[in-house]
Each structure stands twice: as structure tokens, then as C-alpha cells.
Design a protein around this ligand. Structure first.
Ligand SMILES: Cc1cc2nc3c(=O)[nH]c(=O)nc-3n(C[C@H](O)[C@H](O)[C@H](O)COP(=O)(O)OP(=O)(O)OC[C@H]3O[C@@H](n4cnc5c(N)ncnc54)[C@H](O)[C@@H]3O)c2cc1C
Length: 207
């Protein structure tokens, strides 16, 4: 499923040839089979510093594997990574790639300047899991009017606020619920906290 989404949504731009890029071209490898003809473009950065290339060479000398393509499912080793770049090395953004083609859909509303302040939850209990929080909607502030709005989800709430804000909002929202319903579910809070901690390791594109 993931592979089929990747094929549908991405397109790879081969490395740009040229004298200034030749020194690093041997590490700009990719597997064309893992990309399709989709809207999100990937490419290799143009100029690569000598120190970056030197680092990769040092790793190779130390028998650290050189990865052929980071997006093929085996990323253990060293690689000059790709970025979301078009053929002119300009940013290929999710706005251009995905939003623009979906903007006219009647079931899509994107609100700007409208930060979510909390996920609304209700407590559900069963003998096996104890008390759990079920998301029912969100509150957000319309910053153009300062009015706070409450929206209710018919099916689900998808949290995609990024690596730091997602766990922060989850912790704040679940804390509010359990402050109303007692503290027996501290385990839920520590799970959200663990997820936040596990996201502090940021990938270096060099590695
Ligand atoms: C400088 C830089 C360059 C990068 N280049 C690449 C690249 O070329 N290729 C690549 O694959 N990856 C790249 N990455 C990594 C990539 O951007 C991230 O991995 C990816 O964007 C994470 O997506 P996300 O949806 O989890 O979070 P994000 O893209 O961070 O999206 C979270 C969104 O939630 C919004 N938000 C936060 N809090 C709230 C709130 N309370 N209410 C409402 N909205 C909120 C934020 O404004 C943001 O728009 C780069 C990262 C950086 C910092």
C-alpha cells in the first residue's frame, strides 16, 4: 500500500550533470523503479561540499554500506540523500503537488490562521482497556476574528501537527480529559510523552 502510494505520488529528477557536480555523482544513485510519474518531485541537491563527500568516502573506507536509494526500503548506511526538488532545484512542495489539484473538491476545506487549541475527547471505558480517550472533534481559534470554534468529527480526527506539536497537543488534550475523570490513566499520558521523546532524534540528510 505504502509502495503503491509512493509510486503514485512521486517522480525522481536525475542528478544534474556538470563539472561542479561530477566529484559527487557516484553517490547520487537511485532506483527508478521506486518512483512513478506523480506530482511530488525528488532530486539531488546540486552543489555538495567537499566535506560532505569526504565524510561519505570515509564511511565507505570504514566498510559502512553505501545505500543505493533511501526510498527503496533499505536505508541502512550512508547516502547523499534526495530532497523534494524540481528539475531546476527549486522546492517541490506539498502545496504545489497535492493541495492545488485537490483545492476544488467540495469535501475539502483548508483554514489558514486557525490553530487548533485542543482535541475534544470523551471517556470510553471497557473492562479490558480501562478508561480511554476517544477524539470527538477539535477547538480552533480563527485568528482573523479571535473567535474560538468547536467542530465535531463524524468519523475521525487525524493529528498531523508535526513531530513536536502533535504529541504536545495530544498530551494537553488527554490531560484535560483525565483531570476531569481522575488520574488512573497516567499510562496514556506517559505513552504520549514517550512518542514526543522518541521524535527528538532528527535525521541528518548526510547519513
Ligand atoms: C529546512 C527543512 C528542509 C526539509 N527538506 C526536506 C526535503 O527536501 N525532503 C523531505 O522529504 N523532507 C524534508 N524535510 C523534512 C520534512 O519537511 C518533514 O519530515 C515533513 O514536513 C514532516 O511532515 P509533517 O506533516 O509530519 O509535519 P509538518 O510539515 O511540520 O506539518 C505540520 C503542520 O501543522 C501545523 N500546525 C502546528 N501546530 C498547529 C496547530 N496547533 N493547529 C493547526 N496547525 C498546526 C504547522 O503550521 C504545519 O503546517 C525538511 C525539513 C526542514 C526543516
Amino acid at each position: 500500500m505504502l509502495r503503491s502510494n509512493q509510486l503514485q505520488s512521486t517522480r525522481i529528477n536525475p542528478p544534474i550533470p556538470g563539472p561542479q557536480f561530477e566529484a559527487t555523482s557516484s553517490y547520487k544513485t537511485y532506483d527508478p523503479a521506486v518512483y512513478g510519474n506523480g506530482p511530488l518531485q525528488l532530486g539531488f541537491q546540486g552543489y555538495v561540499t567537499d566535506s560532505t563527500t569526504g565524510f561519505v568516502r570515509a564511511c565507505e573506507a570504514a566498510n559502512i554500506p553505501i545505500v543505493n536509494d533511501l526510498n527503496s526500503g533499505n536505508g541502512v548506511g550512508v547516502k547523499l540523500g534526495t530532497a523534494t526538488l524540481d528539475a531546476r532545484l527549486r522546492r517541490s512542495s506539498s502545496y504545489d503537488s497535492f493541495y492545488k489539484q485537490a483545492a476544488g473538491r467540495s469535501n475539502l476545506n483548508v483554514l489558514n490562521q486557525a490553530p487548533v487549541t485542543s482535541i475534544n475527547t470523551e471517556a470510553i471505558s471497557d473492562a479490558h482497556n480501562g478508561t480511554q480517550a476517544k477524539a470527538t472533534g477539535v477547538n480552533f481559534v480563527d485568528q482573523s476574528t479571535s473567535l474560538v470554534h468547536k467542530v465535531t468529527a463524524r468519523k475521525e480526527v487525524i493529528v498531523s501537527l508535526g513531530a513536536f506539536h502533535s504529541p504536545q497537543l495530544l498530551m494537553l488534550s488527554v490531560r484535560t480529559l483525565f483531570s476531569l475523570h481522575g488520574s488512573e490513566n497516567d499510562a496514556n499520558l506517559s505513552r504520549a510523552s514517550d512518542r514526543r521523546k522518541s521524535s527528538k532524534s532528527l535525521p541528518l540528510s548526510l547519513l
